[in-house]
Unconditional design. Structure first.
Length: 366
C-alpha cells in the first residue's frame, strides 16, 4: 500500500487524470441542456406559428392517435386540444363523403400508409363533435424523424365554404369596380356584345351613352380623394336608380361612366335618357359638410346606325362625348361620321380639359 507522501502524490495524479473526464461529462450535460432548450424554444415558436395561420392543423402518430391540434382545428372540429390529444383520429376527425355521407379513409392514414403527400381532397364533410356537418377541403403529409422514418402525419384542412366565397369574391372583383360596385369595362363589353347579337336577331337598336363628369378634377384636388370617392359613389347610385333592369351602368374609370341601353326602338329613346341623366345628376350632392354641384358631358352611339361591333360602338360614343365637352359641356351629342375625322384631338386637349369653376358654383359649406 502507498503511504504518506507517495499516497498523496498518487491521489493528485489520479484527480488530474479524472479531470478531463469530469469536464467532458459536464460539457455533455451542458450540451444536452442547450439542445433541450433549443428544442423547447422551437416547439414554442412552432405552436405560436401554427396557431396564427388560417388553416386547421392536426397531427397524429403511427397508431392514428391525435398528438396536436391548433386553434383553427379546435374551432372546426368542436374539440379542444386537451380533449382530443390521445384519442383516435376517427373520433376527433370524423370525415365522410360529401355525397353519400359514408365514412372515408383519412388523408392522414393514407399519408402514413403510402409514405407520400396526399393532395387537396374536395367534396368531403367533417362531422363535428356536436354532430353538425361542415364541408371541408383537406390534405396530409407524413412526419419523419431524424433518420427519415415515418412517425406520423399532419393533416391540414379548412372550411370549404370560405374557399367558395373567396372564389366568388374574386370572380366578382374581376368584373366589377371596387369603389362603386358597378360592372367594369370587361363585363360591359361582354354584355354589349351579347346585346348586339340579340339586336341583330330581333331587329332593334342598342345605345351606348358615354358619360364624363364636368369639373370633377378640381373638386377631387381641392377637397381630397376621400370626398371625391364619396362623390363618385353617389353618382353611381343615381345612375343605377335611373336605369331599367336590362340596362347596364359601368364605371369606365376615373370620372367616366358608360351606360348600355340594351333594347330601344328609336334613337330618340337614347337622347331622352341622356336628358334625364343631365337633370338628375345636376342636383346638389351633400357630402362631408359640402354641397357639390356637377354637370355631365354625354356622348351617344347606336347599333347598327353608327357601328356594328362593340369596340367601334364604344369608340364612337367616346368621341361624341368629347365633342360635347369641346362644345361647352353640360349636354349630349349623338355620334356623326364627321367626329371621327380628327381622332387625335382628344389626346391633345384632354390633359387640360378640366376648367376650374368659381368656388360658388363648385361647392358651398354649410
Amino acid at each position: 500500500m502507498l503511504q504518506g507522501t507517495a499516497w498523496t502524490q498518487f491521489r493528485c495524479d489520479s484527480l488530474r487524470a479524472e479531470e478531463p473526464v469530469r469536464q467532458g461529462y459536464t460539457q455533455i450535460h451542458a450540451s444536452r441542456r442547450e439542445v433541450a432548450a433549443a428544442l423547447d424554444a422551437e416547439r414554442a415558436w412552432a405552436r405560436v406559428a401554427l396557431n396564427a395561420i388560417g388553416d386547421a392543423v392536426l397531427a397524429i402518430d403511427l397508431h392514428g392517435t391525435v398528438t396536436y391540434m391548433n386553434r383553427v382545428a379546435e374551432s372546426l372540429t368542436g374539440w379542444s386540444e386537451t380533449e382530443a390529444v390521445g384519442k383516435p383520429l376517427s373520433r376527433v376527425f370524423q370525415r365522410v363523403d360529401g355525397t353519400t355521407y359514408q365514412p372515408t379513409i383519412s388523408p392522414g392514414h393514407r399519408a402514413i400508409q403510402e409514405n407520400r403527400k396526399i393532395g387537396l381532397a374536395l367534396d368531403c364533410v367533417l362531422v363535428r363533435q356536436d354532430g353538425s356537418k361542415l364541408e371541408i377541403e383537406d390534405s396530409a403529409t407524413p412526419i419523419y424523424d431524424w433518420e427519415g422514418r415515418v412517425t406520423g402525419a399532419v393533416i391540414v384542412f379548412h372550411d370549404a365554404s370560405r374557399s367558395q366565397a373567396m372564389l366568388e369574391r374574386l370572380a366578382y372583383l374581376a368584373q366589377h369596380d371596387a369603389l362603386t360596385g358597378l360592372p367594369n369595362r370587361a363585363l360591359l363589353m361582354e354584355r354589349l356584345s351579347r346585346a348586339i347579337g340579340l339586336a341583330r336577331r330581333h331587329q332593334h337598336l342598342v345605345a351606348l351613352l358615354y358619360l364624363d363628369l364636368d369639373a370633377f378634377k378640381p373638386i377631387n384636388d381641392s377637397l381630397g380623394h376621400s370626398l371625391g370617392d364619396r362623390l363618385l359613389q353617389a353618382v353611381a347610385g343615381r345612375l343605377q336608380d335611373c336605369m331599367r333592369d336590362i340596362d347596364t351602368v359601368c364605371r369606365q374609370g376615373g370620372d367616366e361612366f358608360v351606360i348600355l341601353l340594351a333594347e330601344i326602338r328609336k334613337a330618340e329613346d337614347a337622347t331622352k335618357v341622356a336628358e334625364k341623366l343631365l337633370d338628375i345628376l345636376s342636383k346638389p350632392y351633400r357630402i362631408q359638410g359640402h354641397e357639390l354641384l356637377i354637370t355631365l358631358s354625354v356622348g351617344i352611339s347606336l347599333y347598327p346606325n353608327d357601328a356594328e361591333d362593340a369596340d367601334t360602338l364604344m369608340h364612337n360614343a367616346d368621341m361624341a362625348m368629347y365633342h360635347t365637352k369641346r362644345n361647352g359641356r353640360n349636354g349630349h351629342q349623338c355620334f356623326t361620321a364627321e367626329m371621327d375625322t380628327l381622332p387625335l384631338q382628344r389626346r391633345q386637349i384632354e390633359p387640360g380639359s378640366h376648367r376650374l369653376l368659381p368656388s360658388s358654383q363648385l361647392f358651398f359649406d354649410f
